[in-house]
Design a protein around this ligand. Structure first.
Ligand SMILES: Cc1cc2nc3c(=O)[nH]c(=O)nc-3n(C[C@H](O)[C@H](O)[C@H](O)COP(=O)(O)O)c2cc1C
Length: 239
């Protein structure tokens, strides 16, 4: 009888607890608003790695504020690793007319190079990036690379390579953090064609070498499924 009573009591307490959690959750949402609720629902790192894709079809909207996008950039640049902790990576966030200006530079640069008959396709591609919400530019500061080479001559030929690795680490982390907010992202390489004009337009130091351009915006079309080659060819595990 006592055992049954205890079971019933623990069942009731369990139900009360679940209802309380649900009520608290909804109060939390109401009290702290959408942003905190979204933070509470943040995806795990594994989920983001599984879901991250290249989005070419994007529009000029963002599910998060500009401040949140800026925070993502600051977080990444503060905490990501670099060879010898050299912190050679430089990141530029372009929003509004700055984002449009970048893709105008790309388009007008390519217009001078691509045959007129093939330009329509190029133009459509560039316009699709321009239709997004913003672009992140990735640079590596060659002054930092050169200083490392002088100070550590035995590794001199490694530093430019490690600098590119550091940039890639920044690119992927920011790609995943933007994707986690609901933004669609892609990675583009119109450098070195646009380097000089980009440097002049935003008055960036001459030592900053452009590595990549990352347009982003709210996705308007899901990417096609992609294949994954057999893991047996790509991973070897020894235990
Ligand atoms: C180092 C690197 C360079 C890339 N360069 C470009 C590029 O210049 N243009 C482009 O459209 N996509 C580029 N991509 C995106 C890849 O094409 C894309 O990641 C790949 O096809 C896998 O698709 P997913 O990103 O949807 O998983 C690049 C990706 C990486 C990792």
């Amino acid at each position: 009888m006592t055992v049954l009573h205890d079971e019933v009591l623990s069942f009731i307490l369990g139900e009360v607890f679940q209802v309380s959690v649900a009520v608290l959750g909804s109060l939390f949402h109401k009290h702290f608003g959408e942003k905190e609720h979204r933070e509470n629902m943040e995806k795990t790192l594994k989920e983001i790695i599984r879901q991250r894709r290249t989005y070419y079809a994007i529009e000029n909207k963002s599910p998060v504020t500009n401040t949140e996008i800026e925070e993502i950039i600051r977080l990444a640049v503060t905490y990501l690793p670099s060879a010898f902790n050299s912190q050679s990576s430089r990141v530029v966030l372009l929003l509004n007319q700055h984002h449009i200006k970048l893709w105008t530079i790309v388009k007008e640069t390519l217009r001078k190079m691509v045959p007129a008959s093939a330009f329509e396709r190029t133009e459509q591609k560039i316009d699709a990036f321009a239709a997004g919400y913003g672009t992140v530019l990735y640079f590596e500061d060659q002054d930092v690379v050169r200083l490392l080479q002088t100070e550590n001559p035995s590794y001199a030929d490694r530093f430019p390579v490690w600098s590119e690795h550091a940039s890639a680490i920044h690119q992927l982390a920011i790609w995943m953090l933007l994707e986690e907010t609901g933004l669609g992202v892609s990675l583009q390489h119109y450098n070195p064609l646009i380097d000089e004009e980009v440097r002049q337009t935003w008055e960036l130091p001459g030592s900053w070498k452009l590595i990549a351009q990352m347009p982003f915006g709210t996705p308007i079309q899901e990417p096609a499924p992609k294949n994954s080659n057999p893991l047996e060819q790509r991973i070897r595990i020894f235990t």
